[in-house]
Design a protein around this ligand. Structure first.
Ligand SMILES: [Fe+2]
Ligand SMILES: [Fe+2]
Length: 269
């Protein structure tokens, strides 16, 4: 029988550098934020949600790119176990995307927020009670510490917003990391500035935020961002938007073909 990460001390989890200690710390922070979310409304709720996104998305991104590949390697049923949490992460991405499209007075909002809280809770329980104790039984203290450092590094440069179109697995999610992270972090700054802002700056800030959201959406539609994807974590909610990223790549490819043909014709003359 395995002991939940929630019931173990820092030393039992491999010391302060261990990935299990870092995970547990983030999960405790998440639970405090979810408590704050419960009674919040309006701008307070928007601020708490931004804090939750900032915590949850880089955290999950680093799990998907660093930890789950290790679990798949060391556990005979690693594929099944990690797919379950990847589906939870996918649902969180889809729920947050949906939430961003609902206004404050929408009756659907409370329902989406309720489901979001539920899935986040399930994800933490699956990791602390099942996945991590199984990982702990298979790898040594030293490896838990190395994984902790790697996970932390990736977490610090990972995207901070929902990207339900991007695959939950390498190599697609790794390719998405840098461009999406830059765009997301700029959007975080703008959205934070919007909280409590008034006057003529407000429409301009809204415009910048939506341009950044559109740009990251165009990036996430590039075909490479889906490589490695399991079909069960493919975007299921909502209609697929126009694939601007794919269109841009096709246009660039067509341009190269035209230039190449002209250059060949010129040499033949
Ligand atoms: Fe986690
Ligand atoms: Fe997770």
């Amino acid at each position: 029988m395995y002991t939940s990460v929630a019931d173990q001390t820092t030393d039992q989890l491999g010391g302060p550098l261990s990935v299990l200690v870092r995970q547990k710390r983030d999960h405790v922070r998440l639970s405090a934020l979810m408590e704050r979310l419960k009674g919040s409304t309006g701008e307070d709720q928007a601020a708490v949600l931004l804090d939750i996104y900032r915590l949850v998305f880089p955290h999950a991104f680093a799990e998907e790119s660093v930890l789950w590949p290790v679990l798949r390697r060391v556990l005979p049923d690693g594929e099944e176990l990690t797919l379950e949490v990847e589906r939870e992460h996918q649902e969180v991405n889809e729920l947050v995307k949906k939430l961003e499209g609902l206004d404050g007075g929408s009756p659907e909002r409370a329902q989406v927020l309720g489901r979001l809280t539920e899935v986040l809770d399930d994800d933490v329980r699956d990791e602390e009670d099942a996945l991590f104790p199984r990982l702990q039984a298979r790898v040594g203290r030293r490896e838990l510490q190395v994984l902790g450092v790697l996970w932390e590094l990736v977490r610090r440069i990972a995207p901070t917003r929902a990207h339900p179109v991007v695959t939950r697995r390498p190599p697609g999610n790794v390719a998405a990391a840098l461009p999406l992270s830059v765009l997301d972090r700029c959007r975080d700054l703008v959205d934070r500035a919007l909280l409590g802002a008034d006057g003529p700056a407000v429409p301009a800030l809204h415009r910048i935020s939506s341009v950044l959201a559109d740009a990251s959406h165009a990036v996430e539609l590039l075909p490479i961002m889906r490589s490695g994807e399991d079909p069960s974590t493919r975007l299921i909610a909502g209609a697929q938007p126009f694939p601007w990223g794919t269109a841009a790549l096709c246009a660039a490819g067509a341009g190269l073909v035209v230039v190449g043909a002209r250059w060949t014709a010129h040499r033949a003359d």
